[in-house]
Design a binder for this molecule. Structure first.
Ligand code: ZN
Length: 404
């Protein structure tokens, strides 16, 4: 399978010549990268991927090794997903659900508008006053914005705490580290660019106001125990220890992304059970941001309700990408049902343009990872078991369909 894995890496890199966002990270042999002025035709990449799938089908992985079996299925499914991406780049139109199935090995549940109404009613009670619900929410949140001159300090504290909590349960490769940059004009709010050698570059978008909950969410999601830890552990355990070169390339529009985003989002809860998070916010982050620590519970009660609307974002993306609504209707819908400010909603529609059905990886990914880990005994009541299951998932090439 090592020879097939090498060919897989070369094909991902070749497809990256057509689709710049496709290769999110690569730290394998530099000589495998195609010369910047060469482009293998899409049809040729597709035929080569098809051949590799056939070669994999002719191999039976050793029955005794679960990891080898996962590897075999992973390579097959990643290649199938690559073929779907090639078909899309060649002009094939897929519906939102067809696309997420083909690229990410999962389909998000459909929610009628009425599903969100109970939560919106709850929010109306939590946020009394004049004006529309989103105006009331924005006014409320003003008191919880991190002032820009305190941003670096607050993030550093959140990162340090996420790291020490992760180190209590996972051993990280020596020398792992990341740098944080503050950027503008992006469709996302944060991004981890994994560089190899256990290093990441984390970018935080400061286009829009940053509220206090983002400190732990970003530190956990992009850093510990999220993307940075995921990539560093894959590099250590699969690439360096086993020579599995396929993990040295990260194909963004592939099933691996559901695992990456799902673990990054669920990892926040793993590192910070709710009461511990609130205590840390009260004692450390709110004071560091100059916010009133007596309002922690109030803020997170509202945030918890808003989080329940996350699937509303998928509904907007599905309808928009299926051509049922236009951009401004999608943005209005996000404001009405997902509690996004008009500016944030507009930013989100640009994310839909760029990343399309990738949106399911965040919330469906989190839910699939959560139920997988909790069904294996990794609950809030048994945090060390939860960490063990979580780390085991990070270092295995498991597919989204393998979480069910
Ligand atoms: Zn992410």
């Amino acid at each position: 399978m090592n020879a097939i894995a090498e060919q897989y890496v070369r094909l991902v890199l070749a497809l990256g010549q057509h689709d710049a966002a496709y290769v999110d990270a690569y730290y394998g042999p530099p000589e495998w990268k195609p010369a910047s002025d060469t482009k293998q035709p899409l049809a040729g990449i597709d035929a080569a991927a098809d051949k590799l799938i056939a070669r994999l089908a002719a191999i039976t992985p050793p029955a005794a090794s679960e990891l080898e079996k996962l590897r075999h299925r992973y390579l097959t499914r990643q290649l199938e997903s690559m073929r779907a991406r090639i078909a899309m780049l060649s002009g094939k139109h897929l519906t939102f659900d067809q696309e997420s199935q083909a690229l990410y090995d999962a389909v998000a549940p459909v929610h009628p508008d009425a599903d969100f109404q109970t939560t919106l009613d709850e929010l109306k009670t939590l946020l009394p006053g004049q004006g529309s619900l989103i105006e009331r929410y924005d006014a409320f949140r003003n008191a919880f914005q991190i002032p820009s001159d305190r941003l670096g300090r607050v993030f550093d504290l959140a990162i340090a705490e996420c790291r020490s909590r992760t180190l209590e349960h996972a051993s990280l490769p020596p020398g792992e580290s990341f740098t944080v940059e503050y950027v503008r004009n992006k469709s996302w709010s944060g991004y981890n660019w994994y560089q190899g050698h256990y290093r990441s570059l984390i970018q935080v978008n400061v286009d829009l106001p940053i509220y206090i909950d983002r400190a732990i969410d970003l530190a956990g999601h992009e850093g510990y125990p999220g993307h940075h830890v995921y990539n560093a552990l894959l590099e250590k355990h699969l690439m360096r220890d086993r020579g599995w070169v396929e993990v040295s390339v990260y194909a963004l529009f592939s099933p691996q992304s559901l695992i990456a985003e799902g673990t990054a989002n669920y990892g926040i809860e793993v590192a910070f059970p709710e009461h511990e998070r609130l205590a840390f916010e009260r004692a450390v982050l709110f004071p560091a941001a100059g916010l009133d620590p007596s309002r922690v519970d109030e803020y997170y009660t509202v945030q918890k309700a808003v989080d329940k609307l996350s699937y509303a974002g998928n509904e907007a993306a599905r309808r928009y990408l299926n051509g049922e609504i236009d951009r401004s209707a999608a943005a209005d819908w996000l404001t009405a049902f997902a509690m996004m400010s008009p500016k944030r909603a507009e930013q989100r529609t640009r994310f839909f343009d760029e990343y399309r059905s990738y949106v399911v990886n965040y919330n469906l990914g989190k839910d699939l990872v959560k139920q997988y880990i909790e069904s294996r005994g990794g609950t809030d009541q048994d945090p060390s078991r939860r960490w063990t299951e979580f780390v085991a998932l990070l270092v295995s090439p498991r597919l989204p369909s393998g979480l069910r």
